[in-house]
Each structure stands twice: as C-alpha cells, then as structure tokens.
Design a protein around this ligand. Structure first.
Ligand SMILES: C[S@@+](CC[C@H](N)C(=O)[O-])C[C@H]1O[C@@H](n2cnc3c(N)ncnc32)[C@H](O)[C@@H]1O
Length: 284
C-alpha cells in the first residue's frame, strides 16, 4: 500500500497543479511551471490538441500517444487504464463516435475531478470516468474492445494482476494498445531502489522481454513492443537529477536503455467448438 499511496499522492498533487495553472511532469523531478520533461512533452500534434479544451491537453502526463497508434473503430468500447486528466479518453470518445463508449479508470480523486471537468468543457457525452484500481477493474468480463493506457502500468507493483485483469475485461479478439516506459537490459540498482523514481514512471519500468513474457502469461498473443522515444544520457539526466543520481557516473548503464514504447497484444478470438460447426469447412 505504501507504493500505491505514494503514487496517489504524487498524481493528486499533479492534478491540483494543473488546476492552478502550473504544469506537471511524468518524470521524477517535481513539476514546475514551464517544466520541459523529455518523457511527457510534445506527445500530441496540433490536430489532436485542437480538438480538446486546453486544460485537458495541459493535464497530459503520459509517455506516448496510444490514441494515435491504436486501431480504434466507430462503435467500439475503449477503456483507458489510469486515465489521469482524461486526454486519451476524450480523444478515444471522438474516434468511437456516438455509437461507442470510452471509459477512463483512475484511483486518484483529484485526477477524476479534473477529468470530469475536462469532459464537461469538451461537451463529449459518450464518456464515463470510473473510480478504481487497474489491479481490479470495475467492468464485466469480455466487455471492452480496446484497452489503452499511457504511462500507468509501470507504476503498478503488481503488473501480473493488471495484465490478467486487462485480459479478463477484453472481448475475444480485443486489443491491448498501451504506451509505457520500458527498459532494454538492466537498470542500475540505485535507480530501481528509488521510490520517487518509481512514482515518476522510471524505476517500475519492466524490461521489454519481461513485459512480453507477462503478456503471454496473461493469455495474450500477437505481442509487439515498438520504441517510440529512446532516452539519451542527457534526457536521463533530467529525470534522474531530482533524486540526486549522477547520470554521468552511470552513463554507460543508461544510454539508450530507457525507452517509451508502444505495446500491442491481442486476446485470442474464441475458436468455435466442433459442436457449433455447421459443416466440414466452417471450422477450418
Ligand atoms: C503518469 S499519470 C498518466 C495519466 C494519463 N494516462 C495521461 O496520459 O495523462 C498516471 C495516472 O495513473 C493513475 N494510477 C496510477 N496507478 C494506478 C492504479 N494502480 N490504479 C488506478 N489508477 C492508477 C494515477 O492516479 C494517475 O492519474
């Protein structure tokens, strides 16, 4: 619970900073007005940003842009795990249109209040923000077409449960399409030990092959992890410096090892059983 409480506190404060005009960063350094975070900055192009109230765009704390990369079709149901200020939920709601629905799930009251205010300002109706934890998703089995998430699963201390829950709520054939910070290879132990770096999306990042293995263990197939940003030592200096870690001293261990990635997987479609077959060819 200590970790979850720290995450809730950090993002509750971040939500309040957005409300008072300051910006916030996904990275470990405390958000400051005008902070430029190599992870969180410039994720949405003007075409997407102009569709939403400015407050929703300013509230973005992700590390990618899953709505730009995921296949999302009219009439579908989308769920955003850790929806924060709601930017990806609102963009998804526009994509699925009035016949579809976009859910946002978040455990932090201040973020939910911010997201609901952003929804009100945007005038988008086919949206519902749910309070809850991604380790116990408050939706029925087989009810969602697409799960998106933006820099949240790396914050969880129980990623196996999160992926099992994602699998449970997806419909057969449903898509997992998530942005996350991921590590290629090993990370220095002083980085892994830092709580502040964990709540800043860094220390809890999975190795790419561990992420793929956990997705497979949960039942997913068609797993793919593609880099969207690769962080240099200069970038890493920014997100490590808040914790007093000397990036130059560990440069060879961090150069190009932290990446933002787009992670995709599919819940296998159910094959018809022999008794459902209508003829010799239909189950082939
Ligand atoms: C880095 S922010 C990302 C917010 C949003 N996805 C975005 O792109 O702006 C992480 C969000 O996930 C939420 N969160 C973190 N861990 C969670 C958990 N275990 N269950 C539900 N929400 C969680 C936090 O409250 C916060 O709003």
């Amino acid at each position: 619970m200590e970790l979850k409480d720290a995450v809730r506190q950090k993002y509750g404060e971040a939500a309040l900073r957005v409300n008072t005009g300051g910006s916030s960063c996904c990275g470990a350094a405390p958000g400051a007005i005008g902070c430029v975070d190599p992870i969180t900055s410039n994720l949405y192009d003007s075409g997407q940003a102009s569709q939403l109230p400015q407050e929703a765009v300013l509230a973005s704390l992700g590390c990618g842009n899953p709505t730009a990369l995921a296949a999302i079709n009219a009439g579908e149901t989308v769920l955003d795990l850790g929806s924060g200020g709601g930017i990806d939920v609102l963009l998804s709601a526009k994509r699925v249109g009035p016949a579809g629905k976009a859910y946002g799930l978040d455990m932090t009251d201040e973020m939910l209040a911010l997201a609901r205010e952003n929804q009100r300002k945007s005038g988008i109706d086919n949206v519902e923000f749910l309070k809850g934890e991604i380790e116990s998703i408050p939706l029925p089995d087989n009810s969602v077409d697409v799960i998106i998430s933006n820099c949240v699963i790396n914050l969880s201390g129980d990623k196996d449960t999160v992926l099992r829950e994602a699998f449970r709520v997806l419909k057969p054939g449903g898509r997992f399409a998530v942005s996350d910070v991921v590590v290629r290879g090993d990370v220095p132990s002083e980085v892994r030990r830092s709580m502040e770096l964990w709540v800043g999306c860094i220390a809890g990042a999975l190795r790419d092959y561990d992420y793929a293995a956990k997705l497979a263990k949960a039942g997913f197939d068609s797993i793919d992890i593609a880099p969207t940003r690769v962080y240099s030592v200069d970038d890493a200096r920014q997100f490590l410096s808040g914790e007093g870690i000397d990036a130059d001293a560990i440069a060879p261990q961090i150069q190009d090892k932290f990446i933002s990635a787009f992670i995709r997987a599919v819940k296998p479609a159910v094959k018809p059983s022999a008794k459902d077959c209508c003829g010799p060819a239909c189950c082939s």
